[in-house]
Design a protein around this ligand. Structure first.
Ligand SMILES: *[C@@H]1O[C@H](CO)[C@@H](O)[C@H](O)[C@H]1NC(C)=O
Ligand SMILES: *[C@@H]1O[C@H](CO)[C@@H](O)[C@H](O)[C@H]1NC(C)=O
Ligand SMILES: *[C@@H]1O[C@H](CO)[C@@H](O)[C@H](O)[C@H]1NC(C)=O
Ligand SMILES: *[C@@H]1O[C@H](CO)[C@@H](O)[C@H](O)[C@H]1NC(C)=O
Ligand SMILES: *[C@@H]1O[C@H](CO)[C@@H](O)[C@H](O)[C@H]1NC(C)=O
Ligand SMILES: *[C@@H]1O[C@H](CO)[C@@H](O)[C@H](O)[C@H]1NC(C)=O
Ligand SMILES: *[C@@H]1O[C@H](CO)[C@@H](O)[C@H](O)[C@H]1NC(C)=O
Ligand SMILES: *[C@@H]1O[C@H](CO)[C@@H](O)[C@H](O)[C@H]1NC(C)=O
Ligand SMILES: *[C@@H]1O[C@H](CO)[C@@H](O)[C@H](O)[C@H]1NC(C)=O
Ligand SMILES: *[C@@H]1O[C@H](CO)[C@@H](O)[C@H](O)[C@H]1NC(C)=O
Ligand SMILES: *[C@@H]1O[C@H](CO)[C@@H](O)[C@H](O)[C@H]1NC(C)=O
Ligand SMILES: *[C@@H]1O[C@H](CO)[C@@H](O)[C@H](O)[C@H]1NC(C)=O
Length: 570
């Protein structure tokens, strides 16, 4: 309150002062209120001017916040200015600010820079007889003849500098004044303006950028909007790491699965391409006593083999153009001995250059010498490693015999195994053969004992080729497998298609061998005819599988418990 009063008082005071106690930029554009300290020479931004300069208040009127004139400064509502930047910026790089003007509903800027009512805007004021909000062309044409702004006319910035002669300047009907760090930059623009500043001379930390926008009027300029935003200059390379892992259920919770590689993708925030020419090194410490890894690639992969909590510590390093160190108090450069009264002819007595005065050292004194500095970036994350489902495989598909074979519908039992932690739910997505268009999604909870083996029964409506995605999940993990299923019209065998064949063929050889053995041993107890697999389909492949599985997961050999036990089928 007191601050407001004193501010008001200041304004009153300013109002009563004679005209020559003119406004300065810092009084006009600094909405933050705090008077910035005088800019030191080394903090100068290239192309910017100190805000002690005089503001031409006659041409560019100044209104306080809350002044009623703001309400009438634009036809049909208020203009909003939106300021964005690509902050944070590494010191030395360029930071870019963008101001966009948001016009009242149904208004837009046209090709020639006039503001028009948007015809495509429904139920707006489009019905208005005058389709222009501001037809600046009318008077700019008659007054601003000539390719360049007329210096004797009103074509000047608030500090009196003439507008630059730039093609298309007539279509730029807004004046933008940027203000930060006690300096300002003025620019002519259309409904948006972009300014890039080099941060080499900026102090590290958060800073305030303020922007004031004026539109061109007949005799003067009229304020339309102002905005401000915080940006950050940093001496640490801004870095973000995207961590992903196969079978990880939630990619944003920093919980990952043991024994599966975690993929780390490092994103260095460098919108200005400041680090384009720098070699970047990545030093990884995973917190599991695996040691230090140094790489020059932004992608890295690591597998934790223990569960628990680990602190990941990434340090990145880049040599970038930087400020030259202040001239350190070096010992005075030795000069060739000079004896008064004696002239030394250099060709006669060549004096070797002292080592401290090597060409590099001479260069360092030059102001345009580009020095280099090593910058670091850090990323630290706490990862939780738990056990999860590592892999899922469909080892067998069996078509279930139907009592009413007239329909083409088929029911298939899928025998599924998994590695790692036990699943709590199973989902199947049946889709077209390209695996893109889901037709039927079913999820069920499952209860699995220590040995991960379950049978999943699914119905397929009609003949054809299907893609089935099967996922086993628990709290932290989600393992997927895909298979193609072919159902033929006569309700005969479901065949295992290529995708799964590949992974299974190796298993098959083994299984056939084992089958052969077991068959020989248990011949008496296990007549082949009783095997459900054979009874259902004549496909030799499926039979082998079925037998193979019975042996592979030895249980009661006579009757397949997996297929009989209804509770196990989901
Ligand atoms: C930094 O300030 C110096 C003057 O101290 C000036 O010569 C130089 O152009 C400035 N650099 C930038 C990038 O603004
Ligand atoms: C425009 O249409 C919206 C609904 O589509 C309605 O709520 C609004 O009042 C309309 N505005 C005018 C100015 O007619
Ligand atoms: C806007 O200005 C242009 C150029 O002078 C003119 O052709 C046009 O008729 C004007 N439109 C209106 C609505 O005044
Ligand atoms: C510049 O503007 C002045 C005053 O408005 C005018 O008298 C003069 O003719 C203009 N010059 C040009 C080149 O347009
Ligand atoms: C940085 O911005 C300045 C304008 O302030 C521009 O002249 C320069 O080209 C920019 N540098 C890069 C690398 O974009
Ligand atoms: C992180 O990686 C995932 C998977 O690769 C990707 O979908 C996501 O878009 C990435 N996120 C970012 C911010 O790069
Ligand atoms: C994933 O983890 C994040 C962070 O813990 C949480 O906010 C989000 O709700 C989780 N998403 C799901 C789908 O569980
Ligand atoms: C940096 O590299 C990017 C893409 O690799 C390129 O588009 C950009 O022009 C480069 N910038 C500079 C300043 O070299
Ligand atoms: C990393 O180093 C290798 C060998 O030193 C080099 O071939 C490769 O181009 C480097 N990659 C990057 C991204 O710098
Ligand atoms: C690691 O996993 C084992 C087996 O699941 C469990 O007994 C143990 O408590 C886990 N340890 C930690 C630190 O989570
Ligand atoms: C991360 O590593 C760097 C150097 O490798 C070290 O200086 C820093 O203290 C480490 N941070 C943590 C939290 O371990
Ligand atoms: C099935 O899984 C594959 C990956 O194996 C994926 O590309 C596809 O989008 C998934 N299809 C559906 C319908 O979810």
């Amino acid at each position: 309150m007191a601050g407001l009063c004193s501010l008001l008082g200041l304004f009153l005071l300013a109002g009563s002062l004679p005209l020559d106690a003119a406004k300065r930029f810092r009084d006009v554009v600094s909405h933050g209120g705090a008077a910035a300290p005088i800019v030191r020479h080394q903090d100068r931004l290239h192309g910017w001017s100190p805000d002690q300069n005089i503001w031409n208040e006659k041409l560019y009127p100044v209104w306080k916040e809350g002044d009623s004139q703001w309400k009438n400064c634009w036809k049909g509502g208020q203009v909003q200015a939106i300021l964005t930047s690509d902050s944070p910026a590494l010191v030395g790089s360029n930071i870019t600010f963008v101001v966009s003007l948001l016009f009242p509903r149904c208004q837009k800027e046209d090709e020639s820079g006039n503001i028009i009512y948007d015809g495509s805007c429904k139920n707006g004021t489009a019905g208005s007889p005058d389709s222009y909000v501001y037809n600046w062309t009318v008077w700019t044409e008659e007054r601003d003849s000539g390719k360049c702004p007329n210096k004797s006319a009103h074509h000047v910035f608030p500090d009196g500098k003439p507008f630059p002669c730039h093609p298309g300047w007539k279509r730029k009907n807004f004046v933008y004044v940027f203000h930060t760090l006690g300096q300002y930059f003025q620019k002519l623009g259309r409904s948006s303006a972009v300014v890039s500043v080099n941060t080499a001379n900026m102090t590290v930390g958060p800073q305030l950028m303020e922007v004031t926008v004026y539109r061109r009027g007949h005799r003067s300029y009229i304020p339309v909007a102002s905005t401000r935003d915080i940006y950050t200059v940093t001496d640490e390379i801004p870095v973000f790491v995207n961590m992903s892992q196969k079978n990880d259920r939630n990619s944003s919770d920093d919980i990952f699965i043991k024994d599966l590689p975690i993929k780390f993708d490092v994103h260095v925030h460098d919108p200005g391409h400041f680090l384009n020419t720098s070699a970047i090194y990545y030093k990884w410490e995973f917190g599991d006593n695996s040691g230090l890894f140094v790489s020059n690639s932004s992608a890295f992969s690591h597998t934790y083999t223990l569960n628990g909590s680990f602190v990941l510590n990434l340090t990145i390093q880049a040599v970038v153009p930087g400020p030259c160190p202040p001239p350190s108090p070096r010992p005075p450069t030795p000069t060739p001995p000079h004896f008064p009264g004696t002239t030394v002819n250099s060709s006669d007595a060549p004096t070797p250059l002292p080592t401290s005065a090597s060409p590099q050292d001479w260069g360092r004194e030059a102001p345009d010498e580009s020095c280099q500095v090593t910058r670091y970036g850090h990323f630290i994350a706490s990862l939780t490693i738990i056990e999860g489902i590592l892999e899922v495989n469909i080892i067998q598909m069996t078509k279930i015999q139907k009592l009413a074979p007239q329909t083409a519908d088929s029911t298939i039992d899928f025998v599924v195994t998994c590695q790692g932690n036990t699943p709590t739910d199973v989902c199947t997505v049946i889709s077209d053969p390209t695996c893109l268009w889901p037709q039927n999604t079913v999820c069920d909870p499952v209860e699995v004992s220590d040995q991960c083996l379950l049978t999943i029964r699914r119905a397929f409506s009609g003949a054809g080729m299907y893609c089935m995605n099967l996922t086993l999940g628990n709290e932290a993990s989600l393992a997927l497998t895909s298979t193609l299923v072919s159902i033929d019209g006569r309700g005969s065998p479901a065949r295992i298609e290529t995708g799964i064949l590949v992974s299974i063929s190796a298993l098959m050889v083994f299984i056939i061998l084992v089958t052969f053995f077991v068959y020989k041993r248990y011949k008496e107890y296990k007549p082949i005819e009783s095997c459900p697999g054979k009874a259902v389909n004549g496909n030799g492949l499926d039979v082998s599988f079925h037998n193979g599985k019975a042996v592979f997961f030895p249980a009661n050999n006579e009757k397949d418990p997996l297929l009989k036990k209804e509770a196990g089928i989901v």
